[in-house]
Design a protein around this ligand. Structure first.
Ligand SMILES: [Zn+2]
Length: 490
């Protein structure tokens, strides 16, 4: 039953996206033995309670809506390197495009070098990170997809793993097999930060995200030199829109960009401003932004630039409401001196019609994020994307706290990764984390089992469909999980 559902989902998604037969065919389940993954179940259940096992297996059956990822087009995957066998993704490529490199130095790959030569330099690089989330999620993936225990990997097994990865990535169907069959993801929001205003999609399961991060810097065209897909002025020219000569022209361009993004299927906005500056945005009068517009950064003080960015951010938040495009905002991590979600409270407070989505649960400020949603339950959602990978323990605490302080329809999830293996690992950790939290509530007598299932299904799927109702037209698998919740319900 599942296979036919998956196939129907693909054909329907491909039709909606205007994609032709080759991609639809690519979504069909890969024949046994054609790709080198193994088809074992997940590796966790034996170690936990009966409630956990039952909830985990239920959550595994939920076709998930992943509200944030960075899956590049297949020929542009960040894991691609030059090997002895030609260009492809190998073991180095997977680790290099994982989050491990945020906390650990990994020996660089040299073009076309033999695997053994890199492995000799690299294998000691893992010695201090086995307990970290950024290692464990990839470990989970290697174990579940390849049957390989990376904690105890030998030189010869590493070489075989490298070869199997390379063979898998010869064929785009590996992505479909892992993402839609193994990770059971039905739709995936992809934040295309490498080509923000391209507005084309690469996969039938893709939901387009309008990344607006660079738009706050539109005071001068020199801000975008060398990045045509990030450049609103280039976008205006290529779309045949009026030239931008004043702040009013620029504001009009922004409005038109929202219209075009939405026409191309964008479901929401995304900003990663927190990697570049503080999340504290003042309500700056227009006159001050007018004074800054048209001048290069070299002629401006840092305070002028901030005022312009602040002014535009407030306009983006208004346009978010006007065009009904919920606003995904990266909070936490990043430049941690200014990335607490608390910095956004003035913006949230003044814009009741905008739907704000606070990313990563505000890590590490997960309690603050819960308090913000509790204070503004009509306009703020939490996306727990990436959180169980950063810290499984903190994510458990966060889900426990959030479910105590806010309605269960305010939480979503995403996997936030760059490879099939990364996406699988992050998804698996999220399902485990939710299953542990919900099982603990059931085992303590705090929740009936059927209600715990309902919450899990909401977080993995239903809450995204509630916030983005237009996605209903692209899904077909809802009956799978719904049936089980209803069967156990009152
Ligand atoms: Zn991301």
């Amino acid at each position: 039953m599942f296979d036919s559902l998956i196939r129907r989902s693909f054909l329907k998604a491909a039709a909606v996206c205007g994609l032709g037969a080759p991609l639809a065919v690519a979504g069909v389940k890969v024949p046994e033995g054609q790709l080198t993954g193994i088809s074992s179940g997940s590796s966790d259940a034996a170690f936990r309670t009966p409630s956990f096992a039952s909830l985990k297996s239920f959550l595994d059956s939920i076709p998930a809506i992943d509200t944030h990822d960075h899956l590049h087009p297949f020929d542009q995957l960040p894991g691609l390197v030059e090997t002895e066998r030609g260009r492809g993704v190998n073991l180095y490529g997977l680790w290099k495009s994982s989050y491990l490199t945020k906390i650990d130095n990994l020996a660089e790959w040299r073009d076309a070098e033999p695997f053994e030569s890199w492995w000799t330099r690299a294998k000691e690089d893992f010695k201090n990170v086995h307990a970290t989330g950024f290692y464990r999620y990839m470990h989970t993936s290697f174990k579940d997809l390849y049957g390989v225990d990376f904690d105890r990997i030998s030189d010869s097994k590493a070489k075989v793993l490298d070869q199997r990865i390379f063979e898998n990535y010869r064929d785009e169907r590996w992505l479909f097999h892992v993402i839609t069959d193994r990770a059971n993801i039905e739709l995936m929001f992809i934040d295309p930060f490498w080509a923000r205003f391209d507005f084309r999609i690469s996969y039938p399961f893709q939901v387009l995200v309008f990344n607006v991060t660079t738009l706050t810097r539109g005071f001068h065209a020199s801000e975008f030199d060398g990045h045509p897909f990030d450049d609103p002025f280039v976008f205006a020219r290529t779309q045949g829109l009026p030239p931008v000569k004043s702040l009013d022209d620029y504001l009009s361009l922004l409005d038109q960009m929202f219209t075009i993004a939405k026409k191309n299927g964008a479901a929401c906005l995304k900003t990663t401003a927190a990697y570049e500056r503080t999340l504290q945005f003042d309500d700056v009068p227009k006159g001050r932004a007018t004074r800054v517009f048209g001048h290069p950064r070299s002629a401006l003080a840092a305070a002028d630039v901030k005022e312009f960015e602040d002014f535009i951010m407030w306009r983006l938040v208004e346009l978010s409401a006007k065009h009904d495009l919920p606003f995904q905002i990266h909070t936490g991590d990043a430049r941690i001196g200014g990335s607490s979600p608390m910095f956004l409270v003035n913006l949230i407070d003044a814009n009741p019609r905008t739907k704000f989505i606070l990313f990563h649960g505000g890590f590490p400020w997960v309690g603050e994020t819960g308090a913000i949603v509790q204070k503004y339950p009509d306009r703020v959602w939490i996306d727990s994307v990436w959180l169980p990978t950063i810290s499984f323990t903190l994510a458990k605490r966060a889900y426990h706290e959030w479910l105590e302080v806010l309605p269960s329809n305010r939480i979503m999830w995403g996997s936030d990764d760059y490879s099939a293996e990364g996406i699988f690992g992050e998804t698996e950790l999220t399902r485990r984390c939710l299953a542990e939290v919900l099982a603990e509530k059931v085992d303590r007598g705090d929740l009936p089992d059927w209600y715990a299932r309902q919450i899990g299904k909401q977080i993995l799927r239903d809450n995204a469909l509630e916030l983005f109702p237009q996605l209903q037209a692209r899904i077909v698998k809802e009956e799978v999980g719904q049936h089980q919740v209803q069967r156990h319900g009152p």
